[in-house]
Design a protein around this ligand. Structure first.
Ligand code: ADE
Length: 286
């Protein structure tokens, strides 16, 4: 996968060289180019923003700067800083590499009606966007080329986003109902959620099948050794060796946690008879 990020703060993207993404770069499964938007500014002050039409507070990022930047990135002619992995020595084979488990990609790309599937995906983080969620991460993990446009201040002139649809499949997305000072941190969040799902990066697809959200539920609690710590015991069922009981316990814990913390998620979950019986015990009558 190729990621390109256009920003006025290139150093903000440095975390993409570390940990799991650094390993993916080292393995050759990922390459990341960071582009300084000011490279496309044309005046002596290298200005990238201007006051909004119609008045109001803040500044809007200029179309004459963003337009050529996105054209050049789409054409592959933009100057970039290529991120190098920070941890070449840590790029060891994963458990599934060792076990020879085949890495299978997620099915289903994010291509809307009328869109050319061969165009790169342009992600524009904005608090006014559609909420980013795990199904987006799964679909985007199938992409060959994703470009991120980081807006600052009051955002980017809307015509940039509208015009970019000629060269990209465009998605304006929010990572939550709060306002950040720019899109850079949202790019870190989205890139991490997507790259960990690329086959082979975090082992096999099976490695994420028990993640929160993979079946629509939050994941329940986890435990490791020792069995007793500071007077607290690991739930007995987990040490019983009875796999059916252990699976049922995990499912019940996921149901309980989801009911307590995110009850609205239960509406989208396929519940069987046992699930319903357990939820009823907890007082849920959905
Ligand atoms: N830029 C500023 N706030 C944001 C948010 N919540 N999500 C995505 N991009 C943003």
């Amino acid at each position: 996968m190729r990621l390109d990020v256009v920003t006025i703060f290139p150093e903000y993207l440095d975390p993409l060289r570390h940990a799991l993404l650094g390993k993916a770069i080292e393995q050759g499964r990922l390459s990341v180019g960071v582009h300084d938007l000011r490279g496309w500014a044309t005046d002596v002050h290298k200005s990238v923003d201007d006051s909004p039409f119609g008045g109001g507070p803040g500044m809007v990022m200029k179309p004459e700067v963003w337009g050529p930047a996105l054209d050049d990135v789409a054409a592959g002619t933009a100057a970039a800083t290529e991120l190098e992995s920070s941890l070449p020595h840590l790029a060891r084979p994963t458990h599934d590499d060792v076990e020879g488990v085949e890495a299978t990609p997620y099915e289903g790309r994010d291509v809307r009606e009328g869109e050319d599937p061969s165009l790169p995906l342009l992600i524009v983080p904005t608090p006014a966007g559609k909420p980013f969620a795990q199904p987006d991460a799964r679909a985007w993990s199938r992409e060959e080329h994703i470009v991120f446009a980081c807006g600052r201040y009051e955002g980017i002139d809307q015509r940039v986003v509208d015009d970019a649809a000629h060269r990209y499949r465009v998605r304006e997305v929010s990572i939550g109902d709060y306002v950040l000072i720019g899109g850079e941190v949202a790019v870190l969040v989205i890139a991490e959620a997507v790259v960990r799902l690329i086959p082979g990066v975090l082992g096999n697809k099976r490695s994420h099948e028990e993640d929160s959200f993979s079946d629509g539920l939050l994941e329940g609690p986890s435990y490791t050794k020792p069995r007793e710590w500071r007077g607290l015991e690991v739930p007995e069922v987990l040490t019983s060796g009875n796999h059916a009981l252990v699976d049922r316990w995990h499912r019940d814990q996921a149901l309980k946690r989801t009911l307590e913390r995110r009850p609205e998620l239960l509406e989208g979950v396929a519940l069987d008879k046992k699930d319903r019986a357990y939820l009823k015990e907890l007082g849920f009558e959905g």
